[in-house]
Design a protein around this ligand. Structure first.
Ligand code: HEM
Length: 396
């Protein structure tokens, strides 16, 4: 009997959250006629990213609250329109496989400078409504020639779809100012998803992501802000984005033996499952030690300090010295940026004395290894419903 072929899951366009964050995701339960055991391990609740991502950053030239509302309304309408578009049939040749959807998502985030400029100016009288842990990304060990403050922007627009040209088109509309003249694009980064979820050196990646499908689930527990979270009211249903562009010099990595490569990550290459025992400075252990029966000073278990990872590859060719310029756009989404993201990064990953004095930083980083060359912190508001615009509730 022929095996069932599953069509990839679709983004959730009508949910309370912006599409392109915790979706498209395979349903938690196997569809009818599909072997539950086989499906469970490989699909259930797994994020199935679109093939291409453009990360567009921009500043806002609006001077008044009225102008800012106009910009947000227009941008919201533009995003909705791009997501609702249906691929035209008249450009398809007779023997082409019909394209039903390009799974477009356009997700918008606000940077700290939209609320307060670097010089401290409360430009739209929004400082009191700034999300509690939103700030300009701090510099950390592992940043290489990258000063996050110089790259802080008012907006980020994450454009994803299954076709590069669709992303490119949407970027062009933003860049040329035809969406709104007050959107001033500062940068664009391009990434692609490897369909088998492996990272650039072939390790299974994302296996320990919180998962279990749509609706209120463990994935949502870690990602979306709730009313009781102590955030300004308008933040409910939103999430924080920590974005890092991470360069990897894999020429050196591939010179290592298979065992030495696995020691860097601390996981089995094929399955992504943590090796026991593992080196104390291995990547997986440094970013989450997973200590059993251990509650920290804030009464938190290590597993509570998890977040959703949505990485995309980049390949920018070679640099001026002929060195490979590639790696990951590492997108992390968390309900509490401080407790779930900054704590693991600052207290564990980059702390040379964790878990013991002299352990050293994450083995993935360091000379000849990974280095952060771009990124920023943003707040992604909840989806806009009805006639609302993204960020409704800011009271502009
Ligand atoms: C080029 C850079 C990176 C690569 C290639 C990479 C790859 C991997 C791999 C192969 C795993 C093990 C499989 C899995 O658990 O999903 C892993 C785990 C993980 N990585 Fe990364 N990673 C990178 C950067 C980062 C960064 C910058 C962060 C966060 C700041 C991060 C956070 C995590 C977390 C939270 C886990 C799971 C740990 C656990 O709970 O067991 N990774 N990564």
């Amino acid at each position: 009997m022929a095996e069932t072929i599953l069509t990839p899951p679709l983004p959730d366009y009508s949910g309370p959250h912006q599409p392109g964050i915790t979706d498209p995701v395979w349903p938690a339960k196997a569809p009818e006629g599909v072997d539950e055991a086989k499906y469970g391990a490989l699909y259930a609740g797994q994020l199935e990213r679109q093939r291409h991502l453009h990360v567009v950053t921009a500043d806002v030239a609006s001077r008044t609250c009225g102008e800012l509302v106009d910009l947000l309304r227009t941008l919201t309408g533009f995003a909705r329109h791009q997501m609702a578009k249906v691929p035209p049939k008249d450009t398809q040749r007779p023997y082409d496989e019909p394209v039903v959807t390009r799974r477009v998502t356009v997700a918008v985030g606000f940077g700290a400078t939209l609320f307060t400029t670097i010089a401290g100016d409360d430009r739209f009288n929004l400082a009191a409504r700034r999300p509690a842990s939103l700030k300009v990304m701090p510099q950390i060990d592992g940043d290489d020639g990258f000063y996050p403050r110089d790259h802080a922007t008012d907006l980020v627009i994450l454009v994803s779809s299954d076709d590069y040209y669709v992303n490119e088109y949407i970027f062009g509309r933003l860049y040329y100012g035809s969406v709104h003249p007050d959107i001033r694009v500062r940068s664009v980064e391009r990434g692609y998803a490897r369909p088998d979820s492996r990272e650039p050196s072939g390790f299974e990646d994302g296996i320990t992501n919180p998962r279990d499908g749509s609706g209120p689930s463990s994935m949502h527990d870690f990602v979306y802000i709730r009313a009781e979270d102590g955030e300004p009211g308008w933040c409910t249903g939103g999430t924080y984005l920590a974005y890092r562009k991470i360069r990897r010099r894999m020429k050196h990595f591939f010179d290592l033996s298979p065992q030495a490569q696995e020691a860097v990550f601390g996981v089995d290459k094929k399955t992504g499952i943590r090796l026991e025992p593992h080196e104390a400075h291995a990547h997986a252990a440094k970013i989450n030690p997973r200590r059993p029966n251990h509650r920290d000073l804030f009464d938190m278990d290590d597993l509570e300090r998890r977040f959703l990872r949505r990485p995309y590859f980049f390949d920018d060719g070679l640099d001026g010295d002929g060195e490979e310029l590639r790696g990951l756009h590492h997108l992390s989404f968390a309900r509490n940026l401080g407790a779930q993201y900054e704590w693991p990064v600052l207290m564990w990953q980059t702390n040379p004395d964790f878990p013991e004095k002299g352990t050293g930083s994450d083995a993935l980083y360091g000379p000849g290894g990974a280095a952060n060359i771009g990124g920023g912190y943003y707040f992604m508001p909840a989806a806009a419903t009805g006639t609302d615009h993204l960020g409704t509730g800011l009271g502009l």
